[in-house]
Unconditional design. Structure first.
Length: 265
């Protein structure tokens, strides 16, 4: 089976990394729309337009399943993408919410994500539909720090500590200090690179849900036998050298080559 993976840039490579570990017997086509990032500052209409053109490109490559690794596109354009291509489409948000439901003991869940994802309330709605109480926190500075390679830098640690302390203060006001959340959802594909740092700076231990791992398990359930060999084709819409260099940090392995593609505006 050939699986398409789409993101607005590099972060979705953490999803591809999880897919390659969980479903190594499939082949993959990855598209990073690096010419038009960040999606987070765009309107829902623009995000849908960009995401649909990317989905159609991947369908033209012969994919049989499409994974939307971009949290913003999953939050703002999943239905439009599903209508645009005649293959199953999986977004990153619902698998993450379901994974949180499976591990929480208190039913109180916190989500950290980009400002756009938090503003969409997609995680809040998905988690609430499962009967969970939700506290969201936007952490906009973490993405550029990760892309700078500062995943263990003291500045990143300080920034993360401030965000998480603010999140806990908000949850305390809403639920009471004794009703602590026990699960943290990483609602951005950059955040898995910060797992060890986040565990250090959390005020108390929490279960950590990586949406990349959750979506990989869902794909494994759908792909009983991939009949592939883990081959990957990489496409980007701009900055191929940057994509290759930065992407290897997210993917955890070499990216031999990246092809440039121009998508319709």
């Amino acid at each position: 089976m050939k699986v398409g993976v789409f993101d607005s840039g590099f972060g979705g490579l953490t999803v591809l990394r999880a897919l390659l570990e969980e479903v190594p017997d499939a082949d993959y086509v990855y598209l990073g729309d690096s010419a038009r990032l960040p999606y987070g500052s765009k309107s829902a209409r623009t995000v849908a337009h960009y995401a649909v053109s990317s989905a159609r490109f991947l369908h033209q490559q012969g994919i049989e399943l499409l994974v939307i690794a971009c949290n913003t596109a999953s939050a703002m354009a999943l239905e439009q993408i599903q209508e645009a291509v005649p293959v199953p489409v999986i977004g990153v948000i619902v698998p993450g919410a379901e994974a949180a439901k499976s591990v929480t003991k208190t039913g109180r869940v916190c989500v950290i994500a980009t400002s756009a994802t938090v503003s969409s309330h997609a995680y809040r709605d998905a988690l609430a539909s499962l009967g969970l109480m939700v506290q969201e926190k936007a952490c906009p500075l973490l993405v550029p720090l990760v892309e700078e390679g500062w995943v263990e830098h003291r500045v990143t640690e300080q920034v993360a500590r401030i965000y998480l302390n603010e999140m806990m203060a908000d949850s305390g006001r809403e639920w009471g200090d004794a009703a602590k959340p026990d699960t943290l959802v990483l609602g951005c594909t950059h955040y898995p690179l910060l797992k060890s740092l986040l565990r250090r700076v959390l005020p108390f231990p929490m279960q950590m849900v990586d949406s990349a791992e959750a979506i990989a398990k869902q794909v494994r359930a759908k792909v009983k036998s991939g009949n592939g060999a883990g081959r990957v084709e990489f496409f980007a819409t701009d900055s191929l050298e940057k994509f290759k260099t930065l992407g290897e940090r997210f993917l955890g392995r070499e990216i031999p080559s990246v092809s440039l593609v121009e998508l319709p505006e």
